[in-house]
Design a binder for this molecule. Structure first.
Ligand code: UN1
Length: 505
């Protein structure tokens, strides 16, 4: 049995969730805390046979669940939201222990889950179709939405529970079942959520067995989910490399995928920007969550007239911001997830130097010894948008570029393969509206006077190009979890054909 103070903490949190302590020991998968590298649990992986069974059960559960009226399905999601409200602090702490997020961000992640449950409850009475005027007499056309089936959710370590909830809350009210493969780095938070869902299910009564399940494992179990024809929708969050594999494999069997992949998000700082606000917004967006959000700000495109005022201040923030353990003190930047993340960060910084970049900060910080990987955020002044600047490195590196004309800034902003999020700082209506226009940002998200990260659940979340094109969460993202059916109904006694075709037999 793993023994460390963090492991003890995890055990007592999980017992509050009624997770059987036996599941935390003796398995082949070690779960480590990025906070100090200590082992939190040794958990067993789901076998391929068990996964096969779980997917079959989820399919049967869907067949029953789809018959329940949507507002009743919403009631189940409401109960899940209640459990999350009641256990927000415990689940938030577990996120902190398993991922290394600072406390307020761990709590924020659970709040995001609560918000999407609330949203989905309302949605359960608003899965509206259309009535479409027919061109034929005594005819009516309608469009309605039906559930898809089993929804597979593959989530990443950095939002170990919120991303599941964006998908699951919508999928469930839409009448689907959900099979979740969390990141192999974060199975504990997934087991805790699963326990809360089980508690909500007991209160609800009559939830079909296997309506929501968790598969613990790595790539192989993920591929099994992706290739199973009974899984109608695969929603995957992670790297572009992973998404390319998932997208192609799901397409090969004509399944539907929702892809939320890499981002390389930029902000433009125009001459009219409020620089105090900009500095704070940039610090949160680039350094918060230790640079490990899909929406993290990675490129700052600064007008030459404000460059000398803003950039030295940003470099100072990078050199002085508190880096440290998220459970001790009040640090703003916690650890990177593992040694590979630190190595990738250092490799990107070397490449940036080789390409003529000037690096401020970015060095490893010893907080809890050799087995944990903390780094000071880096601010890197680049002569050009080349090399590592056009790649996503999942670490706190902010590349700075200088511009003269707004069109040039927008071209730089769009000049990368990814298209998730973006923002502009300024008070000049023309520049802002240009940025938001069809000639402006090519991203799924474009903000004004704030950074690109920290989206609310009410909007559709996702992006273009190598980000994968999927949309999750708010607006009408629910439609991705349903199939559209067009109905033409003849309530007359004749048979007029569309387009005036005659066919008399
Ligand atoms: C992610 O990093 O995968 O907009 C999601 C944000 C969060 C979600 C990030 N609400 O930063």
């Amino acid at each position: 049995m793993p023994s460390s103070s963090l492991a003890d903490d995890v055990r007592s949190l999980l017992s509050a969730f009624e997770v059987d302590p036996a599941t935390l020991q003796g398995g082949s998968r070690l779960v480590r805390s990025p906070i100090d590298g200590s082992t939190l649990a040794e958990i067993a992986e789901t076998s391929s046979k068990a996964a096969e069974h779980a997917i079959g059960q989820a399919h049967d559960a869907f067949l029953a669940w789809r018959r329940l009226p949507a507002p009743q399905r919403g009631e189940f999601v409401r109960l899940i939201g209640e459990e999350l409200r009641a256990h927000k602090s415990e689940l938030g702490r577990l996120v902190t222990l398993e991922v290394g997020k600072i406390v307020s961000e761990g709590l924020g992640e659970v709040q995001e889950m609560i918000d999407i449950c609330d949203f989905a409850v309302g949605l359960s009475r608003q899965l509206y179709g259309l009535v479409i005027p027919s061109e034929r007499p005594d005819h009516k056309m309608t469009e309605q939405w039906h559930p898809m089936g089993v929804v597979g959710v593959i989530s990443a370590f950095n939002f170990p529970v919120a991303v599941w909830s964006w998908n699951a809350a919508l999928a469930l009210v839409c009448g689907n079942s959900v099979v979740w493969k969390p990141s192999e780095k974060t199975p504990l938070t997934a087991l805790a959520v699963q326990a809360l869902v089980a508690r909500a299910a007991r209160k609800f009564g009559g939830v079909p067995e296997g309506l929501t399940t968790v598969l613990v494992g790595g790539r192989e179990i993920g591929e099994q989910l992706v290739d199973d024809r009974r899984v109608a929708v695969v929603s995957a969050t992670g790297s572009t490399r992973m998404g390319r594999v998932v997208g192609e494999r799901v397409a090969r069997r004509f399944g539907r995928s929702i892809l939320e992949l890499g981002g390389n998000n930029a902000s433009i700082v125009t001459p009219s920007a409020d620089l105090d606000l900009t500095l704070r917004a940039v610090a949160f967006a680039a350094m918060g969550t230790a640079g490990q959000r899909c929406t993290t700000l990675r490129r700052l495109i600064v007008h030459e007239s404000v460059y000398e005022t803003l950039v030295p201040k940003l470099a100072r923030v990078a050199r002085t911001i508190s880096v440290g353990s998220p459970v001790a003190g009040d640090s703003l930047v916690g650890p990177l997830v593992d040694g590979d993340a630190l190595a990738a960060m250092q490799a990107a910084l070397s490449k940036a130097r080789a390409a003529g970049g000037t690096v401020h900060g970015g060095e490893r910080v010893d907080v809890n010894g050799e087995r944990s990987f903390y780094a000071r955020p880096a601010v890197v002044e680049m002569p050009q948008q080349v090399g590592p600047v056009v790649e996503e490195t999942f670490a706190p590196i902010l590349y700075i570029l200088k511009y003269r004309q707004i069109e040039e800034a927008i071209a730089l902003q769009n000049g990368v393969p990814q298209g998730l999020s973006s923002s502009i700082f300024g008070n000049d209506l023309r520049e802002i509206e240009l940025f938001l226009s069809a000639q402006g940002s090519d991203c799924g998200i474009a903000n004004v006077n704030m950074g690109p990260s920290g989206a609310e659940i009410g909007g559709a979340f996702g992006g273009e190009k190598e980000t994968g094109g999927g949309r999750e969460s708010g607006s009408d993202a629910w439609k991705a979890y349903m199939r559209r059916q067009t109905n033409a109904i003849n309530y007359g006694r004749t048979l007029p054909l569309a387009q005036g075709v005659t066919f008399n037999v």
